[in-house]
Write a protein that binds this ligand. Structure first.
Ligand code: AMP
Ligand code: MN
Ligand code: MN
Ligand code: MN
Length: 285
């Protein structure tokens, strides 16, 4: 089976998206997606609903999650695809990765209070669908709603990022352990939106090299976070490291972000699509 419109990266209310898994499935289907994955941050609580909704829509489905990782003191993201969602190693690893978001959120709010923005914790919480998953996105929505910023993009340029008010350093999963959890559960590991990381050429080499040697198999080449030029650049890097290519919008909300579900250009033909290695992991409708 070949797929013309795979979208293997998006978020629901189970992490920092604004739509329920069923609404995402309907939107993906309406936009022509034929292979879909819901990849909530550090969480797989939405997977059963996503599989059922995908099948309701007649779409093939791969289990998914986007794991937060600390590599060389910077945060990078890795998408896990096609794993067994009941696997205990993966479940406990994700739980440990989520744990600590609550305390981090309180520290973020304390910093915002210092610059004259009260009530940020309670304000962010109003946007949270999963109490274990309060994220910067929820703070961003609060800062827009309360009129401090006019868009979430403005929020991330003025607040919540390194050196700005509301940024709290946090230690996430290690690269090797995150790859291991996903592989232990029968899935594949994909480095998410690599152009977004602020890395020197040496650091970038180290990231790809370590990821590959830990057993990582794919790179997100076509994503809502990449320009067309970045997709070409990372297609070449994927080939250099013998990694397959993945494609995903990183859709969060109809009113935020760059790309809608199923709306991205195809993967460059030079790359083996990651879903080719996952044929026996795909949940067919
Ligand atoms: P967290 O996992 O709590 O650190 O939140 C990370 C999330 O914040 C990402 O998954 C995005 O949804 C959002 N985010 C981070 N940086 C930006 C940005 N520059 N613009 C828009 N959203 C961002
Ligand atoms: Mn997000
Ligand atoms: Mn990400
Ligand atoms: Mn994402």
């Amino acid at each position: 089976m070949t797929y013309q419109n795979a979208d293997l990266h998006c978020h629901s209310v189970v992490s920092d998206g604004t739509l329920e898994p069923e609404a995402l499935a309907a939107r993906a289907k309406a936009n022509g997606v034929d292979l879909w994955s819901l990849t909530d941050h550090d969480e797989i609580g939405g997977q059963a609903r996503a599989i059922a909704a995908a099948h309701e829509q007649g779409m093939a489905y791969l289990t998914g999650t986007e794991i937060s990782i600390t590599f060389l003191n910077i945060t990078v993201h890795m998408v896990g695809l096609g794993f067994d969602a009941d696997n205990e190693t993966l479940r406990s690893g994700l739980w440990r990765t989520r744990n600590g978001r609550e305390a981090r959120a309180r520290d973020m709010a304390a910093q915002l209070l210092e610059v004259g923005i009260p009530g940020a914790y309670e304000g962010a919480l109003k946007f949270v669908g999963n109490p274990e998953l309060i994220s910067r996105t929820h703070f961003a929505r609060f800062l827009v709603e309360s009129g401090v910023c006019s868009s979430t993009n403005e929020v991330f340029s003025r607040f919540l990022t390194e050196g700005k008010p509301g940024y709290v350093e946090h230690r996430w999963a290690a690269l090797g352990e995150a790859v291991r959890w996903v592989r232990d559960a029968g899935g594949v590991a994909v480095l998410a939106h690599p152009a977004r990381y602020k890395l020197t050429p040496n650091e970038r080499y180290a990231l790809f090299n370590d990821f590959k040697s830990h057993g990582g198999q794919g790179v997100e080449v076509v994503t809502g976070s990449h320009t067309a030029a970045e997709a070409i650049e990372y297609a070449a890097i994927a080939q250099e490291f013998g990694l397959m290519g993945s494609r995903g919008s990183d859709f969060h909300s109809p009113t935020e972000g760059n790309a809608d579900l199923g709306s991205l250009p195809p993967l460059p033909a030079t790359l083996t699509p990651i879903w080719a290695a996952l044929q026996d992991r795909i949940h067919l409708p």
